[in-house]
Design a protein around this ligand. Structure first.
Ligand code: PEP
Length: 269
């Protein structure tokens, strides 16, 4: 019988699955969701949930000691000051956040966030000890126009230039916009091709690119997760809708670990 933690430690990258609750939930519903998630754990994959700002204290309390991390869905690109309505990375750190999503397409589209603003958010998050999950991804029109590679490279390039070698401390999530919340998932091979491009771009900036986690996001569910996570450069997922159901989300987290073990040729038995 192999010790599960030694199997996990031997993997080149520990899979990571992050739930993005978006603007969903209530104090009661969140409590139930997190209690169910806790009892479904512990997970060998690293697991975290990114909740709306006001729920952070409740989420921190519910998840304390569970091994499941928590984070937020955005932060300001500024340190502090006259930025009404914004929340700083320092504030998120005070609530024990491990992660913060930056550059989600819903922020880029609805709030006009530029590549440079997203890069500045990643920089400030790192300076407060948070791990930014930097989202990149092409729109439907860009996909149809064959622009996927150039769009994601442009988006990541701003982050690489801003962070320099510290870029190795981020997580990147490739989320084709046409796959978010639509039920249309990219084919695993399509997503892998984009992930390989992103990892090569990171490798040009950091010697640690092979250790970095690159996530796929876009209509991930428990049933399509394993095929996606079996791809060599896909190290887990950023999960929206399916993170709102404990059974679906926990099955997705288990699929990430099963895929990592399968592709490394290791087994826990
Ligand atoms: C997301 O919001 O980042 C996302 C991927 O959503 P969904 O899983 O619902 O497509």
């Amino acid at each position: 019988m192999v010790n599960p933690s030694s199997v996990v430690a031997a993997l080149p990258r520990r899979p990571l699955v992050v739930g993005n609750w978006k603007m969903n939930g209530s104090r009661v519903a969140n409590g139930e969701l997190l209690a169910a998630l806790r009892s479904a754990g512990p997970f060998d994959a690293e697991v975290a949930v990114c909740c709306p700002f006001p729920y952070l204290p409740d989420v921190a309390l519910s998840l304390q000691g569970s091994g499941i991390g928590w984070g937020a869905q955005d932060c300001s690109s500024h340190e502090s000051g006259a930025y009404t309505g914004e929340v700083s990375a320092g504030m998120l750190a005070e609530f024990g956040c491990r992660y913060v999503i930056v550059g989600h397409s819903e922020r880029r589209v609805h709030h006009g966030e530029s590549d440079q603003v997203v890069a500045d958010k990643a920089r400030i998050a790192l300076s407060h000890g948070l791990t930014p999950i930097v989202c990149v991804g092409e729109s439907d029109a860009e996909y149809e126009g064959g622009l996927t590679e150039s769009v994601v490279k442009r988006q990541l390039s701003a982050v690489v230039h801003t962070l320099g070698h510290c870029v190795s401390q981020i997580v990147v999530a490739y989320e084709p916009v046409w796959a978010i919340g639509t039920g249309k998932t990219a084919l695993p091979e399509q997503a892998q091709a984009v992930h390989a491009v992103l990892r090569a771009q990171l490798a040009a900036a950091s010697t640690r690119a092979a250790e970095m986690r690159l996530l796929y996001g876009g209509s991930v569910t428990a049933s399509n997760a394993q095929a996606m996570f079996l791809q060599p450069d896909i190290d887990g997922g950023l999960v929206g809708g399916a993170s709102l159901k404990a059974s679906e989300f926990s099955a997705t987290c288990r699929a990430a670990m099963a895929a990592a073990l399968e592709s490394s040729g290791k087994s826990k038995k």
